[in-house]
Design a protein around this ligand. Structure first.
Ligand SMILES: [Zn+2]
Length: 422
């Protein structure tokens, strides 16, 4: 009996041992901490502050060849296993001292000094990041900005991308660049929105988003693009189509470029963009399709969407705007171009008839013209394009993303329900 108990005890001890070994293994597995997806304002210093870990430990867990860059928006980073989140605020003040920063936030300056290892209450902080306890998620936003959102964390080349948020003061001047491309900005009170167009040849990668409020220090964080598959089209031009008058072509483009880069600073649209054609046969060419002519290299891409349709099919305004061009052009044939504000233009080409005139304002559903095959065209179709600050973006992606409403909401404006076109 005693032997048996001993055996049982041994079995018990063994199983306990096994359990603790398993537990250790379990901990070992959990030592691979859960990945965290980086959002704007998640700089190294902000993440270290938020998860109460050393910045060096975070960087050791997430080695990157370029240590001067901040964590990339949209990518996953590893947090230490024991990381626990704390709430509060990361505050960066310029010429202010700790004393005035604390008083303005109704905090004890001595407590903040102790929390941040600061000796003097009176010296200017020069934008040094300070931890201030309180509610909220700790983020390192551009100085002068209270909140910041991006339209997507996984952008693709060919898309229009948006930023929006609020500033600490009213009527601040915000400048933003994405990889050198200027972001068109608009504001109302302390709200701001911005939009930038990436073309189908945009290289993607991890460009820097740079934001600056008034003359405060510029803020910068990389933004990760996802790759996109494109169509490839080899086109053979013969006869008349092959004998393109290059000068007429260049002149047309130069004239339109001047139109497209004019900025109407206020959005003209009030509802999500519709398709400009309801009665079409098929989409015959997508945006971004790489094009090679007569066996040459793929030097150009298709700048819009082609809808094949019968001649005379009505073409509608997809959203409110102002007609800035309504006439027959050499390449584009019967053309209507609409200005929707914020640097956003849409174009309708190869029309057989035009029903609007330059200067006229249109509403969603206004008939702009009729499908045709005028200009350099080989059959009845509508070519529809959308430009943002002079760059062609994908009209299909534009509709899927819902960036039109996202921007209006960012300005505190209601986005009306879509209009039904007959
Ligand atoms: Zn086309």
């Amino acid at each position: 009996m005693k032997v048996r108990i001993n055996r049982m005890r041994r079995a018990l001890i063994l199983s306990l041992l096994l359990c603790s070994v398993l537990a250790a293994v379990g901990r070992g597995v959990r030592a691979q901490p859960s990945p965290y997806t980086v959002l704007p304002g998640d700089t190294w210093v902000a993440l270290a502050m938020r998860f109460d870990v050393e910045e060096s430990e975070l960087r050791r867990l997430n080695p990157h060849f370029n240590t001067s860059r901040q964590p990339t928006i949209g990518t996953a980073i590893t947090l230490p296993e024991n990381a626990t989140e704390r709430s509060g605020q990361l505050v960066r003040s310029g010429n202010e001292s700790l004393l005035s920063t604390a008083i303005r936030r109704r905090q004890s300056p001595w407590a903040i000094a102790a929390l941040n290892g600061l000796g003097s209450l009176y010296r200017p902080l020069f934008y040094r990041p300070l931890f201030v306890p309180g509610d909220g998620i700790i983020r390192d936003l551009p100085p002068g900005i209270e909140s910041l959102e991006l339209s997507t964390t996984s952008p693709e080349p060919g898309q229009a991308l948006g930023i929006r948020g609020t500033t600490l003061g009213e009527n601040a001047t915000i400048t933003a660049l994405m990889d050198g491309l200027p972001v068109v900005m608009a504001g109302s009170g302390n709200r701001f929105v911005g939009i930038v167009g990436t073309g189908a040849f945009y290289p993607g990668g991890e460009p820097e988003l740079i934001i600056q409020v008034d003359d405060q220090p510029a803020w910068s964080q990389p933004w990760a693009f996802t790759e996109r598959e494109w169509d490839y089209q080899e086109l053979t031009l013969t006869g008349e189509a092959a004998e393109i008058d290059q000068q007429a072509r260049d002149d047309e483009r130069a004239r339109l470029r001047e139109l497209w880069t004019h900025l109407t600073p206020v959005p003209q649209w009030t509802a999500p963009f519709n398709k400009p054609i309801t009665d079409f046969l098929s989409v015959t060419a997508n945006y971004g399709a790489r094009r090679a002519y007569n066996g040459g290299p793929y030097l150009t891409y298709h700048e819009g969407i082609d809808f094949s349709a019968y001649a005379g099919t009505p073409v509608y305004a997809p959203a409110a705007g102002t007609v800035v061009l309504a006439e027959r052009l050499y390449v584009r044939g019967g053309t209507v171009i609409l200005d929707h504000g914020l640097g956003i233009y849409s174009g309708y080409y190869h029309l057989s008839a035009i029903h609007v005139t330059a200067g006229q304002t249109v509403q969603p559903g206004t008939i702009l013209g009729e499908v045709g095959t005028t200009g350099l065209s080989t059959g009845n179709h509508l070519h529809w394009d959308i430009l943002v600050n002079g760059t062609w973006v994908d009209p299909a992606a534009w509709q899927e993303q819902g960036i039109d409403c996202w921007l209006l909401e960012g300005l505190g404006t209601t986005c009306l329900p879509p209009t039904v076109t007959e």
